[in-house]
Design a protein around this ligand. Structure first.
Ligand SMILES: [Zn+2]
Length: 398
């Protein structure tokens, strides 16, 4: 069977069948607050992808960065009056605990941005040498006119300008730039925040540069799958494609761009800054981790999901039925056959990770098991399918 995923850049399916190792880079968190449902959805989708690839016999090299120096962490630390390193370390630990509680397979590496400052400076140096970048005082900007800027997002220019202007660290009004869309590779430090010496004076790396460099350092010049939330397509991933391909000369930077739809609340994007975030830590005392998984996987990953706790309760009931079905008494039957529901399940995940269809197959099989008279092979299939979705099938906790 063929494993196909939708590629944001070409707007077409990419065939990822084969037997070689798969490299996966997923943009990680900026650790200044706890994990909300939007983050959980994104990382759960990649968790299921990793499990599915592993079940197909593929080795996966999975890198997820931690953006541990960023204007948003520094602003928050200043507001709280605490060193940014303490804030960053605390929320990095909390994030890693949250994803463990949700039963996610950890990435092979969680490199911090600050672990690769010399490599980031090397990328900037090479971009300057090849005229893809230019200096303004101690700041270095990427020259977007030197590449096909916009090829990933395909947004009209006025839309790119509008989104860029809304970024926390926007430089859109900086008239020293050749083009308002040019973005910062290296930021001269003008405040009391952290800074690293560089050929351009003390400063900090730009956010986009951090991910391009960490991907290059840990996974090489071409990545199989580059993922993240759909809100990262522009400007973050657009900038990553531009600078990565400019520095390596290798196209494509990623064979497949995979973006997970955003989580909204009453139609507005869930975000810490919007004040409508629902945190995983608040939900888990009331809801089984399996219920949260089923709920977040019940919509196709490319669609947005409007958060509603009533839906989460519904998936709590489904979760109890699945746990009961995994424990029914069964007949020996034919131990080698694969039930049709499992075939449908595998086909669904192969088809652009269609988790809603996979969950439907799982619940149909659970219904059959609960009716009685099912076979050992059917119960085993249910457990295999549940494990692929990362469901523990643990009964209610006291
Ligand atoms: Zn990134």
């Amino acid at each position: 069977m063929q494993l196909r995923l939708h590629d944001t850049l070409t707007r077409a399916p990419v065939d990822l069948s084969g037997d070689r190792e798969v490299s996966l880079y997923v943009c990680g968190v900026t650790p200044y607050d706890t994990t909300h449902v939007g983050h959980a959805r994104t990382y759960l989708v990649f968790d299921v992808l990793v499990r599915h690839l592993a079940a197909r016999g593929r080795r996966v090299r999975y890198v997820q960065n931690i953006t541990d120096v960023d204007e948003s962490i520094l602003a928050r630390a200043r507001r709280l009056g605490e060193p940014y390193t303490a804030l960053r370390d605390r929320y990095t630990s909390i994030y890693l605990e949250d994803i463990a509680t949700l039963g996610m397979v950890p990435a092979d590496r969680f490199p911090r941005a600050t672990s690769a400052i010399p490599e980031m400076q090397e990328v900037v140096r090479r971009l300057l040498a090849s005229d893809h970048a230019y200096r303004r005082g101690g700041d270095v900007f990427f020259r977007t006119a030197s590449v096909d800027y916009g090829k990933l997002s395909r947004l009209p220019r006025d839309e790119m300008l509008r989104i860029e202007a809304a970024q926390d660290d926007s430089t859109i009004g900086d008239e020293r730039k050749e083009d308002p869309l040019d973005f910062m590779l290296w930021r001269a430090v003008r405040d009391d925040g952290p800074a690293w010496d560089s050929p351009w004076g003390p400063g900090r790396p730009g956010w986009h540069l951090e991910c391009s460099t960490l991907a290059l350092k840990h996974l090489g010049v071409t990545i199989d799958i580059h993922g993240g939330g759909a809100d990262l397509v522009f400007p973050h991933h657009e900038a990553e494609v531009a600078q990565s391909e400019a520095v390596t000369g290798r196209v494509p930077f990623a064979r497949c761009w995979m973006h997970v739809g955003i989580v909204t609340v009453n139609g507005d994007k869930m975000a810490k800054s919007a004040g409508n975030a629902v945190f995983v830590r608040e939900l888990l005392p009331r809801h089984h981790p399996d219920a949260l998984r089923l709920y977040l996987l019940s919509r196709h990953y490319r669609q947005p999901l409007d958060y509603d706790e009533a839906d989460l309760h519904h998936w709590g009931d489904v979760r109890r039925r699945l746990a009961a079905a995994a424990r029914v008494a069964v007949d020996a039957g034919d131990a080698t056959s694969m039930p049709p529901e499992q075939q449908a399940f595998e086909a669904a995940l192969d088809h652009d990770l269609d988790s809603p269809a996979a969950i439907r197959a799982l619940t149909v099989l659970a219904g059959r098991l609960l009716e009685g008279g099912a076979t050992y092979a059917e119960r085993r299939a249910l457990r295999t399918m549940a494990a692929r979705l990362g469901l523990s099938l643990e009964p209610d906790r006291a």
